[in-house]
Design a protein around this ligand. Structure first.
Ligand code: BJ8
Length: 425
């Protein structure tokens, strides 16, 4: 990395030695998991570049934007409406972290039996490893699972934190509550940025965020073909990058990649042979650089063709209605769209059962792997019910509970291989 970046990281108060170590591990990990793949697509060069520059060029872009007066907002959950952030001329970045670095630091302020995702974002801040967190003018938390809710109570001492309330049910009163929260967030953004959110700026932002979702929908439709033209690892990475990169650039690059994929589909050129078992991963989000399970699956003779998760189709399935004209109508359209998210934090959450089943059928999967992070109550609890439901519908299911450590890799590999072998019969 250039001297310019080192100076920038120093100004952001990163622990340079620990940060160098992190980048070295990440580079090695990326090489093993990504660059070693066969039949790599030309369009993935953009993703390789973004990853190689994730703490470099992208952070420089954020710093330049800040110097021009723009604000940066960090989030941990897809319930925070990016449309509003962009309408206030701010930049939104996803901060969920998918690595163990900083775990010891995190365990000083949250219990050890907290999920890895929460410990990771706290650890990244406390160990001074994340230039994204350090670039944020505001961090927006949300009242989803208990783990996050309680973690924010201590995390607020380290960052400028604002917490949005997300209801736990989907009754009329819950929708009203969420609408009030969306309006309060709008005010908060206006106060932070000094920019008024207008019907015009919100309309433009709705179109841009919808464009991002539409390009990911197009990508998902292409990967659903048999044989699939792209690996699950690559699509997961694209979804992860969608939370960090400039939205316009992201859309353009992924549209180019989709054109390349269309050609592959036309020529029936798959990334794996046609009879390779196809799997859907369902459950907790996999934040960058958490590539552990897809890598294990794809090195066990199967291919991942879908992620039913917030870094996946839960975030891209529903669009915001673009036909509204007034600010009030657009806020309502936003609220309606966000209240369709089927996170396991809701009770009851029956629609998720149907959504997963429909997705499994659309993608013509041979099986579903339910993925829960250790200590994630909502997804672990729901996996029992969802597992039975899928099996009743003749879809084989494997339940995996894990974290970000590499200690259980061999054991997981044995279980995944046995599952894939069973599907091959
Ligand atoms: S809308 S899934 S992004 S809350 S893994 S922190 S649930 S204990 S991430 Fe999520 Fe929003 Fe829901 Fe999506 Fe808690 Fe579970 Fe940890 Fe989780």
């Amino acid at each position: 990395m250039s001297a310019e970046y080192r100076e920038m990281w120093e100004k952001l108060n990163l622990d340079l030695t620990a940060h160098d170590g992190l980048l070295t591990v990440l580079g090695k990990f990326y090489g093993d998991i990504y660059l070693s793949q066969d039949k790599r697509l030309k369009g993935m060069e953009y993703l390789d570049f973004v990853v190689s520059e994730v703490h470099g060029l992208r952070i420089k872009e954020l710093q330049d934007a800040k110097a021009r007066g723009q604000k940066v907002v960090g989030t941990f959950c897809i319930f925070v409406p990016e449309e509003l952030t962009l309408a206030a001329r701010a930049i939104q970045v996803g901060l969920c972290a998918g690595a163990e670095a900083g775990k010891e630091e995190a365990e000083k302020i949250v219990p050890r039996n907290t999920c890895a995702l929460i410990k990771s974002f706290i650890g990244f801040k406390l160990a001074r490893l994340c230039p994204f967190i350090e670039s944020c003018d505001l961090i927006v938390g949300e009242t989803t699972c208990d783990g996050k809710k309680k973690a924010y109570e201590v995390f607020k001492d380290y960052v400028n934190l604002y917490v949005m309330e997300v209801p736990q049910q989907k009754k009329k009163a819950d929708r009203e509550l969420f609408k009030a929260e969306v309006l309060a967030y709008k005010e908060k953004l206006e106060e932070l940025t000094g920019n008024k959110i207008t019907a015009e700026s919100l309309k433009e932002a709705i179109k841009l965020v919808n464009r991002k979702r539409k390009v990911l929908q197009r990508l998902n439709a292409l990967r659903a073909k048999v044989p699939t033209p792209i690996s699950g690892r690559d699509v997961l990475l694209i979804n992860q990058i969608s939370f960090y990169d400039d939205p316009q650039r992201f859309c353009e690059k992924i549209e180019d990649l989709c054109q390349e994929l269309e050609q592959k589909v036309k020529e029936k050129e798959g990334v794996v042979p046609e009879n390779t078992p196809r799997l859907l991963l369902a459950g907790c989000p996999m934040a960058v650089p958490n590539w552990k399970l897809p890598y294990l699956v794809e090195s066990s003779g199967a291919v991942v063709v879908g992620e039913e998760s917030c870094i996946g189709t839960r975030n891209t399935r529903d669009l915001v209605d673009e036909s509204k004209e007034t600010l009030e109508e657009m806020i309502d359209a936003l609220v309606d769209r966000y209240m369709r998210i089927d996170c396991a934090c809701f009770t009851p959450n029956e629609e998720r059962m149907e959504n997963v089943l429909n997705l499994a059928k659309e993608l013509k999967v041979d099986g579903v792997i339910q993925y829960s992070l250790l200590f994630c109550q909502p997804y672990q609890q729901e996996s029992l019910k969802l597992g039975k439901f899928l099996e009743k519908n003749n879809i084989p299911v494997l339940n995996i509970e894990t974290d970000y450590s590499m200690e259980d890799v061999e054991q997981l590999k044995t279980r995944v291989e046995a599952f894939v072998e069973m599907l091959e019969k």
